[in-house]
Ligand binder design. Sequence first.
Ligand code: GLV
Ligand code: MN
Ligand code: MN
Length: 426
Amino acid sequence: MSATTTFPPLSEDASQAMAHVDGRRLIGMQRALASFGGRADGGVAREALTATEREARRWLIQQVAGPRYSWHIDAAANLFLRRAGTDDSLPPVMTGSHIDTQPVGGWLDGAYGVIAGLEALLALDAAGVETRHPIELAIWTNEEGSRFSPGAMGSSAFVEPASLAASLLSTDAEGVRFEIERDATVAALPEASTVPLGRPVQAYVEAHIEQGPILEASGCRLGVVTGIQGVRWFEITVRGSCAHAGTTPLDNRRDALMTAATMVGRIGEMAVSLGDPALRLTVGRFEAAPGAINTVADRVTFTIDLRHPEDAVLAACERRIREIVAEGTGACVAEVARLMQRAPTAFADEVVTIVEAAVATSGEPSCRLVSGAFHDAMHLADVCPTAMLFVPSHGGISHNAAEDTDETDLIAGARVLAGVLAELSR
Ligand code: GLV
Ligand code: MN
Ligand code: MN
């Protein structure tokens, strides 16, 4: 955004909501949420639908009270804190994010969008602002996808209810089914009444930490997000045969681990050789069975997380990955399963413009950017006008216990979010 760009002024209600954001309360709530699963190294271990995550949900619903508020939960265990509107039959304006973390994540990934949304609701209360549309704070289930695959499962089911059936069968590393943990989570929140998936939404805006280096490097305190790059996830399974490590000649093995390791090396070389600075390719999981020191492995699974702002590049990379796997099986057999596919998402100009206007009102320097991480907003964008707001991440670090953001930036982002919500729900 250039410094000379002007935006239509926000309503008086929106300005009042922004003025009533309480920075101390925001930081206090952010730290309180981080204590659920909090670790001595500053990280948070609160994977989706665990007992720890359930306790955090219980704490969250206790943060709002009074006749304006109600709690709701759907078949994907997405939880909604609803602030009534003056015309409560209208579709809600939504904000929110997720509170599940990576196995060890930072204290802000997802949690910031939830707490900023909560603070925005409390600021509307403090400012005495009544909105025409109800506003709902959504806590989307299993955004990370680290315990149950794929990621952004709850928001995906919200916009496409048919996707839930497959998700219910998803199992974690211990073989626990998503459906079992979904039921336990719903049972732990008896205050929440049941709402259907696929409800109409007026507009969605999500605050999040950037999780990358762009804002910090550019000196922008706030990022107006215009879209999200595309992503594909794969699981490759290589099958060989168990054999005795001491007796089986090297040229007479069906060694799944050596075969898979060579594939990973070739896939990595292929990605580097493309020389595309926007391409991201990650092998984040590599598991060998039976996992004995003196037995040739008969089964290996590894994952690939592939990202790029252009879907055609993702498609071309997927073709190369499939070729490398097919050419490299040797005496083993291998298969490629696509776990997730999402084309790049473009956000709605009308919401992006309102976010930019609220940023301009706050007087903070801002930039436009495309998100490298995926977010629940990418699914909401399919069904309603959507945008996001980013605050900077120290050193661009995320999915790491060291993830952090200046408190002043967290507060600046919550102010803008409060203004945007007031404006969208008038
Ligand atoms: C979200 O956690 C992502 O992997 O982008
Ligand atoms: Mn996140
Ligand atoms: Mn994450």
